[in-house]
Write a protein that binds this ligand. Structure first.
Ligand code: KIV
Length: 271
């Protein structure tokens, strides 16, 4: 459900149909009410309340520290704003990996307390039992393969994944397992474009890429990166659509100057 109690327009079935008719899916991350309202009005199909909130909202180096409570807070803020897009929420590190009963409990909390539409979790065969249990509770699940940031300490690098044949084969098998389990879509992060193409061709469900090339069924970016709020992060796959860090710094400097000079507020700006 969404603002004014209306059902959201973009559903798992709508995404499936988009893939069937070749319409690309536009997904972005979002963590707060104001940004979600603007994004909704721009026609984004899927909003991901990503655990990248740990990085861009809280300043952590990895996504590992964010908690279930913090993800629920971000998801609630987004859901309050949204009319049309589907809202997917990342399950944070430690809430689904160890135990499938705990996984379904975490997913139910996310869904009940935020009223989001679906959850996303990272991994293939190693989290399959959790995926199956969450799905059996009636909760739509989006998978996430390739570079999985919650496992960054294990891999030790953010480099392109599945370049070697064995890793590519494993990824393809995992994608099939997730589809067979009932996932409605899968995010593919930082893999070769031709592997992205192969997965998208072999699977019926939509594949949404971030650094997975042009042949997949949709794209997702971290909003702070595509808006140019975060100048330090510059991977090849990132296209910047604005330079907001510069615009904002300019506005802040202007404000400081006006306050210091006694120019703000002026006569019209007071009671
Ligand atoms: O948390 C996130 O922002 C994500 C995207 C990278 C897909 O999972």
């Amino acid at each position: 459900m969404s603002v004014e109690g209306k059902k959201r327009v973009v559903t798992t079935h709508a995404l499936y149909e988009m893939k069937q008719r070749g319409e690309k899916i536009a997904m972005l991350t979002v963590y707060d009410y104001t940004m979600a309202r603007i994004m909704d009005s721009a026609g984004v199909d899927v909003m991901l309340v990503g655990d990248s909130a740990a990085n861009v909202m809280a300043g952590h180096e990895t996504t590992l520290p964010i908690t279930l409570e913090q993800m629920i807070y971000h998801a609630q803020s987004v859901v309050r704003a949204v009319k049309n897009p589907m809202v997917v929420v990342d399950m944070p590190f430690g809430t689904y990996q160890g135990n499938s009963k705990e996984a379904v409990h975490s997913a139910i909390r996310l869904m009940k307390e935020s009223e989001a539409d679906a959850v996303k979790l990272e991994g293939g065969r190693e989290v399959l039992e959790s995926v199956q249990r969450i799905l059996s509770a009636g909760i739509p699940v989006m998978g996430h393969l390739g570079l999985t940031p919650q496992s960054i300490l294990k891999f030790g690098t953010y480099s392109v994944r599945a370049k070697e044949e064995t890793e590519a084969k494993r990824l393809l098998e995992d994608a099939h397992l997730l589809e067979e389990a009932g996932c409605f879509a899968i995010v593919l992060e930082k893999i070769p474009a031709l592997l992205g193409k192969r997965v998208a061709e072999e699977l019926k469900i939509p594949l949404i890429g971030i650094g997975a090339g042009q042949f997949v069924d949709g794209q997702v970016l971290v909003t702070h990166d595509m808006l140019g709020l975060n100048r330090e992060f510059s991977p090849r796959f990132l296209r910047r659509y604005a330079n907001l860090s510069e615009s904002m710094q300019k506005a802040f400097k202007h404000y400081v100057k006006d306050v210091k000079a006694g120019d703000f507020p002026n006569e019209k700006e007071q009671y």
